[in-house]
Ligand binder design. Structure first.
Ligand SMILES: [Zn+2]
Length: 453
């Protein structure tokens, strides 16, 4: 059913677009299908041709590299290595022709030397021809540059020789034998403007497996990725046996074959977006680990600018530099935060030590204070009760006026005059006591100092 629908679409497309577009590198998929495949209306066909610039994308194939060809879903590119070998390569050419599909062949130089006609047949059939070294060494990953250069250059020269030196017929595409990639061959090929082709899926057709197994592996691996570069070998009988079924299955499952050609001065690369070169382009809904590359800055001049001075800088940075300099030379480090302001008093502002007589209380003042206390005490006690007590106090204080005034315990004062005298009740005598305590003598005595008399 699906095959019938596809056939209908192809027939309609052929009718609408017609033969005017035949031979154009940018044919629409429908126009290319079967339109140029006489005798096989159900041919798989070549859906479109894309033009790639090796300099923009020097390494492709997700078996080894991040990028691959900018294919859409269900688009496959066919590649064949190690030929030409007439016995099998010619059969592969016939199978491809029967389906009207275009592929890319990576020839071995020594094979081209033996079978130059085989190279010319590839070109004549419209396929793309790249190279695969001169002798197919499986040690390119260990080779020094000179040996790599020799293998690459000789392989190209041998293939070109089969094409009478016509470089326009040879694509700057290269597949490293055995996919033994390494930086030296990759760097050399890139320096020559040659694109390194890995693959997206092999079919293991170089192994001693059955054609059925080759078919199964090819289809399973294509179905796993839904698009990509298929790696085959046109020198293997199992490949010849498996190829018709592979192409038929691809057609039945809606796959399309894409032809790839290199960009030239007259043939610009097919416009693409960078994400198209990834097997699974990142989307906004899927996290990606492919970070942007660091820009490659190119400086137009190398003159040295004059060193800035501290005054040109923000004060904080200038201060930080000053801080570092001070630390280096051992000078006191100045912190970045505000300094505590320590008052520096001039010597002349120092007060003189007070003289001893400053603290001397005149006897007359002492007695005055005592009298005041006495009156207060009498007033608090009342006239009846206060008189005898006041007289007794007065009699005792007459001999020891200072003791009463200071209210200092005799033992603490060191004079041995007995118990202190309470000249008045606390509530009533506060004022008088307060006055007495504020005298220098009282303060000094309270601090345990001996006050000079
Ligand atoms: Zn090979």
């Amino acid at each position: 059913m699906i095959a019938n629908v596809l056939a209908m679409i192809r027939k309609q497309s052929r009718t609408v677009i017609g033969a005017a577009l035949l031979g154009c590198c940018f044919m629409t998929p429908q126009a290319a299908l079967a339109a140029d495949c006489p005798g096989n209306p159900n041919a798989l066909g070549t859906s479109r041709t894309i033009v790639v610039d090796p300099k923009e994308h020097p390494r492709i194939g997700t078996m080894q590299y991040p990028e691959t060809l900018p294919l859409a879903d269900h688009e496959v590119v066919l590649t064949f290595d190690d030929g030409p070998l007439p016995k099998y390569s010619n059969q592969v050419l016939a199978i491809l022709a029967s389906q009207c599909v275009k592929a890319t062949f990576f020839t071995i130089g020594s094979q081209a030397r033996f079978n130059p006609e085989g190279v010319r047949k590839l070109i004549a059939a419209g396929h793309t021809v790249g190279t695969h070294s001169q002798n197919h060494p499986l040690t390119m990953n260990k080779m020094p540059l000179e040996k790599v250069r020799q293998e690459v250059d000789d392989g190209i020269a041998s293939t070109l020789a089969a094409l009478n030196g016509d470089k326009s017929k040879l694509a700057p595409f290269f597949r490293i034998p055995g996919l033994m990639r390494a930086e030296i061959p990759e760097a050399y090929l890139a320096s020559q403007g040659i694109q390194v082709w890995s693959a997206d899926f092999p079919a293991d057709d170089w192994r001693h497996i059955s054609p059925q197994r080759v078919y199964d592996l090819a289809i399973q691996r294509i179905e796993a990725k839904h698009k990509g570069i298929l790696l085959l070998h046109d020198i293997q009988p199992r490949t010849v046996a498996a190829l018709p079924r592979i192409l038929n299955t691809l057609r039945e499952r809606g796959y399309r074959i894409v032809h790839v050609v290199p960009a030239t001065a007259d043939r610009p690369a097919t416009p693409t977006q960078p994400q198209q070169w990834f097997m699974h382009p990142p989307t906004e809904t899927v996290a990606t680990t492919r970070w942007p590359r660091i820009p490659n800055f190119v400086f137009t001049a190398t003159r040295t600018l004059p060193a800035p001075v501290f005054a040109d800088m923000d004060w904080r940075y200038a201060d930080a530099l000053d801080h570092a300099q001070r630390a280096r030379v051992g000078a006191p480090v100045r912190t970045l935060w505000p300094q505590p302001q320590v008052a520096q008093l001039a010597p002349v502002s120092t007060l003189p030590i007070p003289a001893a007589d400053v603290f001397r209380v005149p006897e007359a003042l002492d007695l005055t204070l005592l009298a005041a206390n006495r009156r207060l005490a009498q007033r608090a006690a009342g006239p009846a009760a206060g008189a005898p007590r006041a007289q007794a106090i007065s009699a005792r204080q007459a001999g020891h006026p200072k003791q009463a005034a200071h209210q200092i315990p005799a033992a603490a004062h060191g004079r041995g005059h007995g118990a202190p005298l309470h000249v008045a009740p606390p509530a009533a005598s506060n004022a008088a006591v307060h006055v007495a305590k504020r005298t220098p003598r009282a303060e000094a005595s309270a601090a345990g100092k001996r006050v000079p008399d």
